[in-house]
Design a protein around this ligand. Structure first.
Ligand code: 2P0
Length: 333
């Protein structure tokens, strides 16, 4: 691209059914475990990147506000990595718009860094296929590697003994899944989380006596889930997702000091999900680094599950289904 052109990319958040919780390398953002997610068709992030040869610094606007502090530091560090790889020096003008509440455990950093990776790679003329883009997005935020692809996606932790561990850790679409699933998001709290997931992971890995077992269990969960996705077995996929999420929360709650994202409202929604199951409606809960609950169900049951959730909560309830991978929307001069 030449100076003055703008690359615009769109990416959607993803929700992990087998969670990523813990890094083995902070700088390269290499996870301890593989994870598996569903990219959603709601809450896209749209990011525009333009190079400015006259600028001394990157200029980053997020939802109409000039980025500062940690958000600016992370975006600038990421742009620096893209520049280094592309052998370019120009600073960038970035304008990013989220439609998901930022920092509330609804994966805004996943869609955000996936969109930034694609737009910046294009703006700086960095070549590479989608797997390579997932490696790049990973460096911004781990879960962003998965938002590069649509539908069910697996992110490989990679062999720690590989000659180049950065190359070994990337995302891929799960091409043999035979399941039409939905996630019904119950948005209990749209505010920022008390502890960043980055810090919470660090603390969990360093201090939780349950962490080692969670890692072992996660490997088994992933293998079983992949088989259940191939078989189109909603009940097994749902049961594994719920226990993996509950296990992740138990593990972080055992950290010192404890990391607790669940609230009384979260637990009330979890109880309601269990009641729906007892009535014979296939619904399973998953939660991330926040109090919100996402209810996994067959796509055909999504509206029914959403209606039942609205009966018991005033919270916003949003039905999401499988959505697309990151894509370039346009390049303008
Ligand atoms: C996940 N989460 O698999 C897990 C489950 C939250 C709970 O990935 O430090 O923003 O930037 O790599 O990707 C959220 O963590 O963390 C996350 P960094 P990220 O979706």
């Amino acid at each position: 691209m030449t100076a003055g052109e703008t690359a615009v990319a769109v990416a959607h958040p993803n929700i992990a059914l087998i969670k990523y919780w813990g890094k083995r390398d902070e700088r390269l953002v290499l996870p301890v475990t593989d994870s598996l997610s569903l990219t959603l068709d709601v809450f896209p992030t749209t990011t525009a990147v333009r190079l400015d040869p006259d600028a001394a610094e990157d200029h980053v606007v997020m939802d109409g506000v000039l980025a500062r502090g940690e958000a600016l530091r992370r975006a600038t560090a990421f742009l620096g990595l893209v520049r280094e790889r592309a052998g370019r020096r120009e600073r960038a003008v970035v304008d990013t718009r989220n439609t998901v509440p930022v920092g509330a455990g609804l994966a805004s950093s996943a869609s955000g860094f996936a969109a930034l990776a694609l737009a910046a790679a294009h703006a700086y003329g960095l070549p590479g296929d989608a797997e390579e883009l997932s490696r790049l997005a990973r460096r911004g935020s781990g879960s962003a590697a998965r938002s590069v692809f649509g539908g069910f996606v697996v992110w490989h932790a990679g062999d720690p003994d590989a000659p180049d561990p950065d190359r070994a850790s990337y995302a891929q679409p799960v091409t043999d899944a035979r399941l039409d699933a939905a996630l019904v998001a119950v948005v209990l709290d749209e505010g920022p989380k008390p502890v960043s997931s980055r810090e919470a992971m660090r603390r969990t890995v360093a201090t939780s006596p349950l962490y080692r077992d969670w890692v072992t269990g996660s490997r088994t969960d992933l293998a079983r889930m992949r088989a259940a996705l191939r078989a189109g077995d909603m009940a097994t996929v749902g049961a594994i997702s719920e226990r993996n999420a509950l296990g992740m929360h138990a593990t972080m709650e055992a950290a010192r000091p404890a990391v607790r994202y669940r609230t009384a409202d979260t637990d009330a929604v979890l109880g309601h999900v269990r009641r729906l199951r007892a009535e014979g409606l296939g619904a399973w809960a998953t939660m991330d680094a926040g109090p919100n609950v996402k209810v996994l169900c067959a796509s055909a049951d999504a509206e029914r599950v959403a209606a039942r959730m609205r009966e018991v909560t005033d919270a916003r309830v949003v039905v999401a289904r499988g959505g697309p991978g990151a894509r370039l929307r346009r390049v303008t001069t």
